[in-house]
Structures are given as structure tokens and as C-alpha cells.
Design a protein around this ligand. Sequence first.
Ligand code: ADE
Ligand code: ZN
Length: 345
Amino acid sequence: MQSDAPGALDASLAELIDRLPKVELHVHLEGTLEPDLAFRLAAKNGVALPFRSVAEIRAAYEFSDLQSFLDVYYAACAVLVTREDFRDLTVAYLAHANADRVRHVEPFFDPQTHTERGIPIGDVIGGIVDGLAQGEREYGITSGLILSFLRHLPVDSADATLAAAEPRLDRIVAVGLDSSEIGFPPEPFAGTFARARALGLRAVAHAGEEGDASTVVRTLDSLGVSRIDHGVRSAEDPAVMRRLVESGITLTACPNSNVRLRVFPTMDRSTIGTLLKAGVAVTINSDDPAYFGGYISDNYRAITAALRLGAADLGRLAANAIEGSFASGPRKQELREELSQATAG
Ligand code: ADE
Ligand code: ZN
């Protein structure tokens, strides 16, 4: 940890961030819906948005907590209707990811947000897979798609979603659990996650974002996950951090999201430095970049400046993302080599 003024980003660290090959493990495709694409799709599909302009939308992106954000995020999803819409959304995200030197991504999608509106799950998955294939052809970005259940909906709905997705599970690498954290504990989803794991899927879940460190423990105990999404409140309990280190669990932290959703009042209060020092495998991600003011490199820059991280910290964060990914062994090895070239220079 080395740069001199809090808030200022050393030019050599800014360059290092630019050239780091990145792996993004926590991005919701629905959270990459930029206002201009939302307006274009709304007009095409004849869907009314409760905003008259891009400026009015951006002004509405002032959130008091997770739920105040989720209300806007779910409402905006109404513009996503056809298979091509899901492809265009995915391709637009991958163009941003490529500009930030993302080399592998494991994005979430929330099928229930769309199937509840009558959109066939095959169109949702098909469009996203088309977009991911286009991104791999154009940019060489590899991917693994994560089907995420909404924890504010009944467990039966999660089970029906898993059953509906079964014919397409070859396109999906893992299941996840997201949406409102407070009041929606992980335990009821234990059976769903056990079935998903028995079908050969990996498992991840959001926890320790608004919920405290005990929600991370409950999630590990009940769902058999190999990553915790967010998990930043684990730093409040040294025993939880020790468990994360000993069990090799990766945390997918999202610095801008945490400040915009008021998990931390300011970036310099982020617990990412504490987690790094404790040896927890923490990573940097964008969560819902269209809503939180920036993609993955913005998140790297913001946390580096606020916590005065150094080059070794940046290398560690990028390496943690490679190791915590579900990429194949050979792909991980390629990513390790790209990273060691970027950090050698
Ligand atoms: N869905 C999209 N973004 C989310 C977040 N930060 N937490 C929980 N659910 C989400
Ligand atoms: Zn998230």
C-alpha cells in the first residue's frame, strides 16, 4: 500500500490498472442496461419507461439502500423482451468489458425477472448465449454464465426455474442467489442449491452486503457455495475471515456499488484493505455498472486511490479473480501468463 495522497491515483498505478488482464466474477447483465439502450428498447417494444430522458433516468439513480436500487433495476428490465434484446444487452456489456481489458467474465442473469413477465426462459438464455459467443469471437473474452435465483420470491419459483433451465444447463456454469438480503435468509434455498450441485453446477451466493458477517457463515453452511458475492461485512468478524482463508472461498467485492448503496459511507471505509491483509481471496467487480457509475476499471481505480493500494495489491486482486473463476485449467493458465506479463512490465 503506497501512493501518497488519499483520493489521488498515482499515474503508474493507473497505467497498471489499464493493462491488467481482468476477470469479472460479479456483474448482473440486467445491471449493465445503460439508459440509451433502455430508451431504444422501450421505443422498439412499445414499453413505457417512467422517465422522459436519459438525464432524468440518471437523476433517479440516487439510492438510499439496496432495495431502493432494486426497485428501479427490476422496473427497467421491462424493456427486455426478445431474444435479440438479451443478445444486444450482452454485446453492449462485452464492448465495455473489452475496453477495460476483461479477458474472462462470469455474468449473472435473473431469469425470474423475465419469466414472471411471460418471456420464455429459452429466449433469455438463448439471447445471452448468442451475445457471449459474439463477444468471444470479436474480443476473445471467455465466459461462464450464472443463473441467479431471486431470494425475495418463493423457493418453489426457484425450483421451477431450475427445472425450466435443465435442457440448457450445458450453457450454465453455476447458480447464484441475489436480490433483497435483509429478511430473506439462505437456508430455505438449501434444497434448490443441493439439486443444482447434483446436476453438476457450481454455486455462489450474495451475502454480507447488507447482512452482517453471520449471513456469510449461514450461506456457507447451507448452500455449499465456492464464492460469496460481496461478503465485505465478513471483515467485521476475524473468525469469519479465518474461515474464508482456510476454506479458500473467494469474495467478489464491488466497491462502487457498496458506496452507492450505502454499505459504506465513503470509499475509504471499504473493508477490502482489511480483507486483503487477512489473506482473504477478495476480488474487484462492477455489480451493476450502468447504475453505479462505472465498469470494472473504474472500480479498480476508485478502491486503489481510496485505500492507497500498491502494485502488489493490484496483482493479488487480479490473481484472486483468475483463481476463483470457474474457467477451465488451461484457460486459467493462459490468464496467469497474461497477468504475469502485465505485472512484469
Ligand atoms: N441484484 C443486482 N444487484 C444486486 C446486489 N448488489 N445485491 C443483491 N441483488 C442484486
Ligand atoms: Zn450483485
